[in-house]
Design a protein around this ligand. Structure first.
Ligand SMILES: NC(=O)c1ccc[n+]([C@@H]2O[C@H](COP(=O)([O-])OP(=O)(O)OC[C@H]3O[C@@H](n4cnc5c(N)ncnc54)[C@H](O)[C@@H]3O)[C@@H](O)[C@H]2O)c1
Length: 244
C-alpha cells in the first residue's frame, strides 16, 4: 500500500514541488491549500495519486475536518509536511498588529496545530510517522530588515521542531525541519521585487539560489521509514549564507 503524505500550502511553489516529488517516489499526496482552485489544479497535474483539500491551516475546525477526510478516504497519513506560510515585506516600525497576527497564525499556529492534531491521531492509533517542517534561514539569522514577523515565526517553527521531536521520539514519530535560504521560486521576486531578487541571487556565496527539488529530496530522506534516528534536525539549504 502506498504511504500517504499531507503537504500544506502545496497548491503552488515549494509545496507543489514537494508534492510532485513525493508522488514520483510512490506516495499518495494530499494537496492542502487555502487556495482550493490552485490545490485542485496541482492535484490534477499529479493524477490519481493526489487529492486536493481546501484548508486554512490556522483554523482548528478546518484542520480536524481535513484530517477526518483524509483518514476516511486514504487512512492516516505517514507524513505531514508543514509548508504553508505567508510573508509580507515591512520594516519593523511599520508592521501592523494585523499583519503580525496573520503571519503568526499561518506560519506558527498552523504548524503547531497540524503537528499536534496529526501526532494525536498517530498516538491514538499506536502508529509511527514523520513530520517535516519548512523553516527558513530567516528563522536562524533574522533574515532581512523587512521581515521581523516572518523571521520570528520561523525561529519559533525551528523551536517547535525540537520540542515535538523530543516529546514524540519514544513513539517512532520523527520531527525535522529544513531551513532554506533564497529558493529559485516566484515568491522571492513577488516579495522583494524582480530586480532585488536578481541582485540577491547573484550575490549569494554559491552564486545560485536553492533548488526546490533539493528541498523536496531532503523531505523524502527525512520521511524514510529507516530514518528513525534522524529527529530534531534542522537541515540548512542556504547557498552558504549561514553556517552554524
Ligand atoms: N521562497 C523562498 O525563497 C523560501 C525561502 C525560505 C523558506 N521558504 C518557505 O518555503 C515554504 C513555501 O514557500 P513558497 O515560496 O513556495 O511560498 P508561496 O507563497 O509560493 O506558496 C505558499 C502556499 O501556501 C498557501 N497558504 C497561504 N496561507 C495558507 C493557509 N492559511 N492555509 C493553507 N495554505 C496557505 C498559499 O495559498 C500558497 O499556495 C514556506 O514555508 C516559506 O516560508 C521559502
Amino acid at each position: 500500500m502506498k504511504p500517504v503524505a499531507l503537504i500544506t500550502g502545496s497548491g503552488k511553489g515549494l509545496g507543489a514541488c514537494i508534492a510532485q516529488h513525493l508522488a514520483s517516489e510512490g506516495y499518495k499526496v494530499v494537496i492542502a491549500d487555502i487556495d482550493g482552485v490552485q490545490a485542485k489544479k496541482t492535484a490534477q497535474l499529479i493524477g490519481e495519486d493526489a487529492m486536493s483539500i481546501t484548508l486554512d491551516v490556522s483554523s482548528e475546525d478546518a484542520v480536524e475536518k481535513a484530517l477526518d477526510t483524509v483518514e476516511q478516504q486514504w487512512g492516516l497519513p505517514w507524513l505531514l509536511v508543514n509548508n504553508a506560510a505567508i510573508m509580507k515585506a515591512e520594516k519593523v516600525l511599520e508592521i501592523s498588529m494585523g499583519t503580525f497576527d496573520s503571519i503568526m497564525a499561518v506560519n506558527l499556529r498552523g504548524t503547531f496545530l497540524l503537528s499536534q492534531r496529526f501526532a494525536r491521531r498517530l498516538r491514538a492509533a499506536d502508529k509511527k510517522g514523520r513530520i517535516v517542517n519548512i523553516g527558513s534561514l530567516a528563522g536562524q539569522n533574522g533574515g532581512t530588515a523587512t521581515g521581523a514577523h516572518y523571521a520570528a515565526s520561523k525561529g519559533a517553527v525551528h523551536t517547535l521542531t525540537k520540542v515535538f521531536a523530543r516529546d514524540l521520539a519514544p513513539h517512532g514519530i520523527t520531527v525535522n525541519a529544513i531551513a532554506p535560504g533564497p529558493l529559485d521560486l516566484p515568491s522571492v521576486a513577488e516579495t522583494i521585487g524582480v530586480e532585488n531578487a536578481k541582485r540577491a541571487f547573484a550575490s549569494l556565496p554559491t552564486g545560485e539560489p536553492g533548488r526546490p527539488e533539493t528541498v523536496a529530496r531532503m523531505v523524502v530522506e527525512m520521511a524514510r521509514p529507516d530514518a528513525g534516528a534522524m529527529t530534531g534536525s534542522i537541515v540548512d539549504i542556504n547557498s552558504g549564507l549561514y553556517m552554524r
